[in-house]
Design a binder for this molecule. Sequence first.
Ligand code: PXP
Length: 258
Amino acid sequence: MAHPIRLGVNIDHVATVRNARGGVHPDPVWAAEEAIGAGADGITAHLREDRRHITDGDIERLMVVCRKFDTPLNLEMAVTDEMLAIALRHRPHAACLVPERREEVTTEGGLAVAGHETRIRPVVAALVEAGIRVSLFIEPTLAQVEAAHAVGAQVVEFHTGRYCHGDEDARQVELARLQAAAARASALGLEVHAGHGLDYETAAHMLAIPEIRELNIGHFLIGEAIFVGLAAAIWRMREAMDEAVNGPEEGEPIVIDL
Ligand code: PXP
């Protein structure tokens, strides 16, 4: 069944746990298969420059699994020649260009597209030319949206970390920024995605923004999987998202007991 809002499951942190012991278990590719079986609409993986979680071999195997199940793979990548060459070799369904600093714990902010158009435009063009859908992971500001459009991106993914980690006042401010940026992006013909730090509650909040077509969620789902299993965490997320869009199903309880 096609879902009104797609759920992309980021499996990076399965690899984080695997790499803590240097072995092969738990396998992020197995997690991808589980996620697809549980109804994920896409798989997202970030091949970082320092290979701290996902490895080149994982990407190779993820490509095979995603092809087998006809599921889009969204490769998150820094704007570097090395990553561009890898993306062009594998040709995933989509590439999401993200900022990357070696010392950061996670992707701490959006890509600065405004002001760096000359560097980003040819990378976007090469990916699009290869048939890869290009998304730019940006802060929800009008300037970044305009710049993303100007460099030829097809999609923008808004960084929701500030919303998820903010207090009530900060959330109000951030929600207004997200709404305005989503409206502008959509008016420019860009598809709107969102991600970072989302959980059952904040994912549902994001879907009050009508332009959002896809959420990409990783850390929370993998953390939940420790307690309830990955499939159950994905089902519950799916339910939270569907209810945020359609309201609760008649006769169905709003909260699911797992
Ligand atoms: N989207 C992008 C572009 C990201 O870089 C990340 C983090 O790797 C996510 C979504 C998912 O964030 P989280 O793991 O906090 O759910």
